[in-house]
Ligand binder design. Structure first.
Ligand SMILES: C[S@@+](CC[C@H](N)C(=O)[O-])C[C@H]1O[C@@H](n2cnc3c(N)ncnc32)[C@H](O)[C@@H]1O
Length: 345
């Protein structure tokens, strides 16, 4: 084989050899796509030869997803029940586009390089993959990190799967941005697949996400590992995304917030307020403004926990004044014990 290759090398000029290689790649890609489109399910196994042909035929092996990651993307796309978000586009976009089209799913891919978007779009058009919306936008500087600048008004409210293979590792903050920017759009149960787990920055990013999402992650694959994380709850118990604010320097800080603890009375509310005094970053009080009227009645300080059963009559006014800067807690006690306590009072 080597001898044959050397003879071909000697006989054919470099440009002709390059041309023939391109023709061969195109043919292998076309043939592999035909097989993939017929039976994408088969490619949920990373050793399936069609995957190797697709990677070879795509001709961008140093940048494109490899077998294990592609097989995982295909498996999760087949299992996902909602829209797919892809950060960075390429071969994976074409393959998931096939699945999205078959399953009637919506699939959004963010891309920042115009010439790359052109190549990907040519393939999407060639295979009539109109299920994919390829969003071309320059990366935006969010301060501590750069990330895509998504058209938030037109993308789906909820994504079930995130394929995170961009922006390139050399970008400030790498691929971190997807969680702070898209947090509210990741539905509980959403799977995030982050490629390149052999790199330290990707592991660090996964650790940060795990903290911010109150979640865990696993490293999968042997040849070129990737990270899998499931969003258990996109509003971690302490801080919802709408209560966070991005400062001009890109730091995520908590907005001023008020907590209103509603209850029936005779249900431990005084004890609860007393316990809250141990919270160091919030003040707390029990029925502290019940004797006041008008504006004064609801003029609570920021970052304050107020325990007051009468506030349930004033929910409309509270909502108008505090909007999404308020969290409401319903403090409950067994109904019979509560009634008995009222009777005994
Ligand atoms: C790791 S690639 C994404 C690969 C994609 N998931 C795939 O399977 O082909 C991330 C980004 O790198 C850029 N990129 C892809 N190929 C490139 C190349 N050969 N040279 C420079 N940048 C490239 C594109 O902007 C792409 O969105």
């Amino acid at each position: 084989m080597d001898l044959l290759r050397n003879i071909v090398k000697l006989l054919l000029p470099h440009r002709l050899r390059k041309f023939l290689r391109e023709v061969h790649r195109d043919f292998v890609f076309w043939r592999a796509m035909r097989q993939f489109m017929k039976d994408p399910d088969a490619c949920t196994h990373s050793k399936h030869p069609v995957l190797a042909d697709l990677i070879y035929g795509w001709g961008n092996a140093t940048w494109s997803a490899l077998e294990e990651y592609l097989a995982a993307c295909i498996h999760h796309a087949m299992a996902s029940r909602g829209p797919i978000l892809e950060c960075g586009s390429g071969l994976s976009t074409i393959l998931l586009g096939v699945i999205a089209k078959k399953r009637g799913q919506s699939h959004w891919a963010f891309e920042h390089k115009p010439e790359w978007a052109t190549k990907v779009q040519i393939y999407l058009d060639k295979y009539k993959l109109d299920s994919v919306v390829l969003c071309l936008n320059p990366l935006k500087d969010y301060g501590n990190f750069c990330w895509y600048d998504p058209p938030l008004e037109s993308i789906p409210d909820r994504f079930s799967l995130v394929i995170c293979d961009g922006p390139p590792g050399s970008t400030k903050g790498g691929r971190y941005g997807v969680v702070p920017i898209m947090l509210e759009r990741l539905e509980p149960g959403c799977v995030i697949l982050l490629d390149d787990a052999h790199r330290t920055p990707e592991i660090e990013i996964a650790k940060r996400w795990a903290t911010e999402l109150d979640s865990t992650f696993e490293i999968c694959g042997a040849k070129k590992p990737y990270i899998k994380m499931t969003v258990v709850n996109n509003c971690p118990p302490t801080i919802a995304a709408s209560h966070l604010r991005l400062t001009a320097t890109g730091t995520v800080v908590q907005k001023a917030m008020n907590v209103f603890v509603l209850n029936t009375g005779r249900c431990g509310s005084t004890t609860f307020a007393r316990a809250c005094r141990h919270i160091s970053n919030f003040s707390s009080a029990h029925e502290s403004r019940t004797y006041l009227f008008g504006e004064e009645r609801l003029a609570y300080p920021s970052n304050h926990i107020e325990v007051d059963n009468r506030l349930s009559w004033l929910l409309g006014r509270l909502d108008r004044k505090y909007g999404d800067r308020a969290v409401y807690v319903h403090l409950k006690r067994n109904i019979h014990d509560t009634a008995a306590s009222f009777v005994a009072r």
